[in-house]
Ligand binder design. Structure first.
Ligand SMILES: [Mn+2]
Length: 346
């Protein structure tokens, strides 16, 4: 249950030779970039490495190098010397790979979410890291791996995407210092940016239109939210990963403290994402209340129920957290009337 130091993690990587690397379900740029970079780095040291994930890469990350290292789930062994999770706050997040992790000799947990539950035999959780890619950079340097263009491109993608193109509050001097190092190996920021962000399908843009059409705002508490139904995905021929980034439009509205997106998925469940503009409003608190988690300014949760039910309970809790921030005390009756007025705006 304790956090290991970078030194201890580097030592463990030196010692072992047979690795399975995985990131979370619905993988994003940080999970993908950091697992590939770590995989290629370990291979350079002569280690055996397989990368396998519960879900395939979204199309916009297919430009990343993955030859000979990325495997289908069907191709991999049941057990490895060390199973390494990247960007997973809990073991369930590796999805279908969980059984391989549990059968492997050891679990190593590399992450930067404050909600991490330290499920590994080794845990390297750094909330101060803008991306797991920063932690992997440090591990590779610690291991004495000579970086190359492939590794640098993967790490750059991780940093680019998790910092919202170096614009979110997690972006630090350290982030930029690492970017300088990566660019020494020939990373082209413009090319990576185009590959990651300028590859939308027509369906994805139409889905964005549907999300923006659903946009609602509560001026009193500075909350903006969007709703995407299963029907919206079906009509535009899109999947959940195509809704990535939609929430940033709600967040960008002047005067908004908290942006929320409600996405109906299969099995009678609703996926909820939260973004905050200010550190004072900790959206991780809202997510934790609904058994989710994440960061202060970006978090998520999954709830059973109809869109209407989930929306109501989440908005009530969001108002609760925002009121807790501004006023300290809160009155249940007031919260309820706020939720009712939010409901009427629909
Ligand atoms: Mn991340």
């Amino acid at each position: 249950m304790r956090n290991n130091s970078l030194k201890e993690i580097v030592k463990a990587f030196k010692k072992h030779d047979d690795y399975l690397l995985s990131t979370h379900i619905s993988p994003d740029g940080d999970g993908i970039g950091s697992e590939l970079a770590l995989g290629f780095g370990l291979k350079k040291l002569g280690k055996k490495v397989a990368i396998a994930n519960s879900d395939p890469f979204p199309a916009n990350y297919e430009f990343l190098p993955c030859n000979g290292i990325l495997k289908n789930r069907e191709e991999i062994k049941n057990t490895y010397g060390v199973a390494v999770s990247l960007e997973c706050p809990s073991l369930n997040r590796v999805g279908k790979l969980k059984k391989n992790f549990l059968k492997s000799g050891m679990i190593m947990n590399l992450d930067h979410h404050m909600s991490n539950d330290y499920f590994g035999d080794y845990n390297y959780v750094d909330e101060g890291a803008a991306a797991v890619g920063e932690q992997v950079f440090d591990i590779l340097v610690g291991l004495g791996v000579k970086l190359d263009l492939n590794i640098a491109t993967c790490l750059y993608t991780s940093l680019l995407t998790d910092t919202g193109s170096f614009s979110y509050s997690n972006t630090t001097r350290r982030t930029h210092e690492i970017v300088i190092e990566l660019m020494k190996y020939g990373v082209n920021p413009s090319d990576v940016n185009q590959n990651v962000y300028e590859v939308s399908s027509l369906g994805k843009i139409k889905l964005l239109g549907k999300a923006l059409n659903s946009l609602q705002v509560d001026d009193k508490y500075g909350i903006a939210w969007t709703v995407l139904t299963k029907e919206a995905f079906a009509k535009t021929g899109t999947t959940y990963s195509d809704s990535e980034g939609v929430i940033n439009y709600a967040r960008s509205i002047k005067g908004i403290n908290v942006a929320i997106s409600f996405t109906e998925i299969s099995g009678g469940k609703v996926k909820i994402s939260f973004r905050s503009k200010r550190d004072e409003v900790d959206v991780n608190k809202i997510a934790l209340f609904f058994n989710g988690g994440g960061h202060k300014r970006a978090s998520g949760a999954l709830q059973e129920g109809t869109l209407k039910e989930v929306k109501e309970s989440v908005l009530i809790k969001a108002i609760d957290v925002i009121k807790g921030v501004s006023a300290g005390k809160k009155l249940l009756s007031e919260i309820k009337s706020c939720a009712a007025s939010a409901k009427m705006k629909r």
